[in-house]
Ligand binder design. Structure first.
Ligand code: SF4
Length: 215
């Protein structure tokens, strides 16, 4: 995969979530629009998990970037120039309908459907790749165009459960009162988790009894 040297980067984007995850901030939309429309912004992250593995302070920048995307896409319906939000929506729709990913639909759906003016140039561009795959027998026109697989009831149930959940409220670590790991240089490394980092106990921890005391 090609790396974009102009990518804003995990540290700056994690910092951006400090503002977007704070309900007192009055410019969520403007910030998210900038970060979405910037071709080096939130949709330039490739989910490689490297920043989570490398971060010595347990900040998990990729999780903050995914939160920025969720708020930008799902809450503000911001369309980005990298087509990231539409692609995510098309992916979810594809799985909901087919149960398994049907690749032939993913590209056109990401650009608004097979006949959408945005999709036509993209489909033309991908034609040589498709022809190569057909020539090598990796795909047949019938397989590419027909949906043989439909989502089983279990997959439909997963979608029902998720869609019935109440609207999520996400506050950043600084507002929710949990440890401000980004600014605390003494904090020990905490393995990544989606749960907020709990506060370290402030009460004195009693010494374990000596051998003579415990007898
Ligand atoms: S997940 Fe990978 S691409 Fe995304 S910000 Fe972290 S290191 Fe960069």
């Amino acid at each position: 995969m090609e790396v974009d040297p102009g990518f804003i980067g995990p540290a700056a984007l994690a910092k951006a979530y400090r503002f977007v995850g704070d309900p007192r901030d009055a410019e969520h939309y403007e910030r998210l629009k900038d970060l979405s429309e910037d071709e080096h912004g939130i949709y330039d992250c490739t989910h490689c998990f490297n920043c989570i593995d490398a971060c010595p302070k347990g900040v998990a920048p990729m999780s903050q970037i995914m939160r920025l995307r969720r708020v930008a896409g799902s809450d503000f319906e911001i369309e980005d120039r990298n087509n990231g939000h539409r692609h995510e929506r098309a992916f979810v729709k594809n799985i909901k309908r087919n149960g398994l990913l049907h690749e032939a639909d993913l590209l056109p759906d990401s650009y608004g459907g097979k006949l959408h003016p945005r999709a036509v140039p993209e489909l033309m561009q991908s034609l040589p790749t498709v022809m190569k795959a057909v020539a090598r027998g990796k795909v047949t026109p019938a397989k590419a165009l027909l949906h043989e697989h439909k989502a089983p009831p279990e997959v439909k149930q997963i979608f029902k459960t998720i869609e019935a959940r109440p609207k999520r409220e996400e506050l950043n670590l600084y507002v929710s009162g949990y440890e401000d790991a980004e600014d605390n240089l003494d904090v020990a490394h905490v393995p990544h988790t989606d749960e907020p980092t709990p506060l370290a106990p402030t009460y004195p921890v009693p010494e374990p009894p000596t051998e003579s005391e415990s007898e």
